[in-house]
Design a protein around this ligand. Sequence first.
Ligand SMILES: Cc1cc2nc3c(=O)[nH]c(=O)nc-3n(C[C@H](O)[C@H](O)[C@H](O)COP(=O)(O)OP(=O)(O)OC[C@H]3O[C@@H](n4cnc5c(N)ncnc54)[C@H](O)[C@@H]3O)c2cc1C
Length: 395
Amino acid sequence: MTERRLRTQVGIIGAGPAGLLLAQLLARQGIESVIVENRSREYVEARIRAGVLEHQTVQLLTDAGVGDRLHREGLRHDGVYLQWPGERHHIDFPGLCGRSVWVYGQTEVVKDLIAARVEAALPLHFDVADTALVDVESDRPQIRFTSADGEATVLECDLVAGCDGFHGISRPAIPEQLRTTWERVYPFAWLGILAQVAPSTDELIYAWHPDGFAMHSMRSPSVSRLYLQVDPTERIEDWSDDRIWSQLQHRMGLDGWTLNAGPVLDKGITPMRSFVSAPMRHGNLFLAGDAAHIVPPTGAKGLNLAAADVKVLAEAIVARTQEGRTDLLDAYSDTALRRVWRATHFSWWMTSMMHVNPHGDAFDRQLQLSQLRYVTSSTAAATGLAENYTGMPFE
Ligand SMILES: Cc1cc2nc3c(=O)[nH]c(=O)nc-3n(C[C@H](O)[C@H](O)[C@H](O)COP(=O)(O)OP(=O)(O)OC[C@H]3O[C@@H](n4cnc5c(N)ncnc54)[C@H](O)[C@@H]3O)c2cc1C
């Protein structure tokens, strides 16, 4: 059987936010890359996931030339509401740390990045199969795959970026004895819905309730995203739309406030975990995004961390390619992991403060309420939340 042979500077596995943004940042600096993705364009563009962008992520997308629609259609949020039964308090981000966040769906970020890539006629292979990594320790690592038209392909690279998410092939390509992993599986999950209804709030509401956490987020002025804490063993088939809306109302209800219900467009249950794998480099293979780390969504950090990783990685690749410097690539894993652990701590802290632990007791619940009162009444405590939520400045 004949093999097609291709050559590029940076081979990228995965057309999620990490892989697409890395390719865009490199293209702006004249560095070639090829992306291989095992799903279709339609599937990747429709995958409902994150929706809150940190201040720095917005800046990065803007600098990368893909911020036009984000600035037109995205919603700038200057804070969040923290709530517990009978009380709702606003955390004012600009007043506390001078930064804001933007609500703009991951689906839209991905669509913008794919559109830029397609418009520039740069290589992006969807629907590939049998992706495999070969010789990643060498100077000529390869990505092997079968293209959508069934052709066996060898992509020879200077280096490979493993941006293939938590279930990809890149992390397992690092020998197990060289990897250290840390993991926390939480005893609850999020039942999330996307609903065709105008948000009932101007900014996100995080609600603690003795029956479990609830959250009101949004994707646009006409589409709301809402979440309920549920047991990880719950089945989505057992949650009718009426049951979901009534639990949301029960956990988020407040005198003088109405929750608008509407048609449910999408619903699903996502388990929650924290996971970090180090190092994020092996030879000429560099991991970025969910391939190396997962955070529970409470801190809205997953997509932002993926963007932060590829910013550091792109700068390091540019330094090597244009100046022959390898120090930034050598430091990549340590530099990225410092931010990963900050976000991991913040996401764990928000999760622990807002969710009712099924193995906890009345003492734990009183500690949570005390923490919530503290964060909403002390400028020092609120500033910690604000600066982490909006994203710490890049190193
Ligand atoms: C169900 C779900 C809900 C989420 N909700 C939120 C949220 O509400 N808020 C939040 O902040 N974060 C959320 N996240 C996290 C956030 O979406 C991720 O952190 C973000 O997608 C990471 O981007 P990434 O590019 O690293 O990985 P991904 O988006 O996972 O992209 C990886 C890409 O690699 C492709 N791929 C995998 N294996 C291969 C292979 N062998 N060959 C070729 N391609 C491959 C995949 O198809 C995928 O397109 C959620 C994640 C999930 C899974």
